[in-house]
Design a protein around this ligand. Structure first.
Ligand code: ATP
Ligand code: MG
Length: 567
């Protein structure tokens, strides 16, 4: 491949629209080109990386016994009415009309399409289990497309679906997929964690996310040296038993806290730790009022709270509603003497907490030494506080630490969610019709490129892991008008091509400085510079990752390349 004949439009400056390194570098290295918000072309170098990742995925899926298919992108809207997902997708579903005014959706994922196929074509338990996958473009009208291909509106996904007669069979396939996903990410040379995850709107009962670790990841992961990892949203705040509230178990007492309503103000005023103060948050869930108690130094996990009131609308009470419900102003609410109609839900961290400092439901007043069970009743204890760094690992004695990550894959046990909704059944060995038990397994192919870059770059540009580099070697003749240099470059190229390497010759008529910079930006693992040293029969090889340079005789260059790629 000759650079002068290739579409590799590198940029010197960071584009203003890009916030994180992978997005900046993908644009600067000419891997992608934006058409409109969240919609990108993969230019030749970007496309090569995409294909390499696809091939790794394909090999791993095939060896996990999964069959490749290609499903349509255009879906009649009725299938989403059948599954009930037209509502849960909401505005994320792209819609279009045909010339007869029939409504279609552009596929955001394919559970509906594949469940239809199973309903019609998998009749008996003898046809099961089956696993099917595809690599296809998906459409989602993301509210905030950002970070380039990380959150795009049109992106490439590998999606797989499995159909089973029983849970045991599903579990077997689920474990195979888990190990295939591990292999894919490891082969791409990336560090990652597998975390227990919420299954979001796809639904189901067991799900794991595969997170490539990256400082700029949108997801937060809590993990422990023992191997336990969990998505922060799913984690339960837990502490070792020695944590207690502030104060004593003497009789409770009202204290004046003039003007101190926030946790920070009360903790300053009373000279106590904020963890000893208990926040009382008042909500309306459906048509009832509830009070949630959590330690003053914690935030509430909204996802867990909503999950407690599944299907009901839940919101904070307005200041005047707080006055009506508690008799006191906002900022001074507490559980003592609350109206019986208000359910009191306390975070599990408060079980065995001893005495608490709480609001007195009166302006400028708090109560110290309030004890649950003695001074007020807790209706139930639930996990509601956000977990954080330093919390106790649920599986061992260690403390959890926080990492950020980019979700590249997600596997779900769907159970009969879609087969029931769409009434897809098979005839079981006992002669009865049963709903298929299903699993689904998504992998963000295009997102993976950005994730790989987030883990592998420096100030000069991208540093490709060797398995997914767009090309193996860039040959850089310092002067492309010099016939001797070009002849040597081409000779080297043909040797390397014979070894099955993919080569780019930078034959552009530009200064060596510009060419060096560009080569470092696009991040190909090895650069061979053909320059003045050729008079002594030598070329220079740069290892992009370490930036180490060695000089070798021209004839030995291809052996160095071979060694690098076979190590
Ligand atoms: P997210 O929480 O990031 O929105 P999701 O839960 O919606 O992801 P899934 O529906 O599980 O994602 O899709 C499977 C995989 O597809 C994800 O793990 C991710 O790698 C990729 N993916 C999802 N949405 C996008 C997007 N907008 N752009 C690029 N890749 C995406
Ligand atoms: Mg999403």
């Amino acid at each position: 491949m000759r650079w002068s004949e290739s579409c590799i439009p590198t940029l010197k400056e960071d584009p203003r629209e890009a916030e994180i390194p992978s997005h900046k570098l993908m644009l600067r290295a000419g891997l992608i080109k934006k058409l409109t918000a969240g919609v990108y072309t993969f230019l030749p170098l970007g496309f090569k990386v995409l294909k390499k990742i696809e091939n790794i995925i394909r090999e791993e899926m095939d060896s996990a016994g999964c069959q490749e298919v290609l499903m349509p992108v255009m879906h009649p809207i009725e299938i989403y009415e059948e599954s009930g997902r037209i509502k849960s997708f909401g505005p994320e579903l792209f819609k279009l009309h045909d010339s007869r005014n029939r409504l279609f959706a552009l596929g955001p994922t394919h559970e509906e399409v594949i469940t239809r196929i199973a309903r019609e074509d998998m009749q008996s338990y003898r046809d099961l289990p089956q696993s099917i996958y595809q690599i296809l473009i998906k459409f989602r009208d993301e509210i905030r497309p950002r970070y380039g291909v990380i959150r795009a509106r049109e992106f490439i996904m590998k999606d797989a679906y499995s159909f089973h007669a029983d849970d045991k069979s599903l579990d077997g396939t689920y474990r195979k997929m888990e190990s295939a996903y591990r292999n894919i990410i490891e082969r791409c040379g990336l560090e990652y964690r597998i975390v227990e995850a919420e299954s979001g709107y796809i639904g189901g009962n067991e799900s794991h996310e595969f997170m490539v670790l990256a400082e700029n990841g949108e997801d937060e992961i809590l993990s422990c040296g023992c191997g336990y990892s969990v998505n922060l949203e799913k984690a339960s705040a837990a502490l070792s038993a020695d944590v207690k509230g502030e104060g004593t178990l003497e009789a409770m007492e009202e204290v004046s806290t003039p003007g101190a309503s926030t946790v920070a103000e009360v903790s300053d005023f009373l000279e106590v730790k904020s963890s000893g103060i208990v926040k009382t948050l008042l909500y309306r869930a459906g048509d009832r009022d509830i009070a949630v108690l959590i330690p003053g130094d914690r935030e509430i996990n909204d996802i867990k709270l909503s999950a407690l009131f599944e299907g009901e609308d839940i919101r904070f009470l307005e200041p005047d509603e707080i006055e009506d419900a508690t008799g006191g102003p906002q900022g001074f609410s507490g559980p003592v003497g609350l109206n019986d109609q208000i359910e009191i839900i306390a975070d599990r961290l408060l079980e065995g907490f001893g005495s608490m400092i709480v609001g007195a439901n009166r302006a400028d007043t708090h109560i110290i030494n309030a004890v649950a069970g003695r001074d007020f009743e807790v209706d139930r204890y639930e996990y509601l506080a956000m977990a954080r760094e330093g919390d106790q690992c649920p599986n061992c004695d260690s403390r959890l630490s926080v990492n950020k990550g980019i979700e590249v894959g997600h596997i779900f046990k769907l159970g009969t969610k879609y087969s029931s909704a769409m009434d897809a059944t098979f005839l079981d060995s006992d002669g009865k019709g049963k709903h298929f038990i299903m699993g689904c397994y998504g992998f963000g192919v295009s997102r993976m490129i950005a994730a790989a870059i987030e883990q592998n770059y420096d100030r000069a540009g991208i540093i490709w892991p060797r398995e997914i580099t767009p090309l193996n070697v860039i040959i850089l003749p310092v002067n492309s008008k010099d016939r001797e240099l070009m002849d040597a470059a081409e000779k080297l190229e043909s040797e390397l091509l014979e070894m099955g390497m993919e080569i780019l010759i930078d034959d552009r008529d530009l200064s060596p400085g510009v060419k060096f910079k560009d080569s470092e930006l696009i991040g190909i693992p090895l650069r061979i510079t053909v320059g003045n040293k050729l008079r002594e029969g030598k070329v220079e090889i740069l290892y992009r990752e370490s930036m180490e340079v060695i000089e070798v005789p021209l004839e030995e260059a291809s052996a160095v390349v071979k060694k690098y790629y076979s190590d």
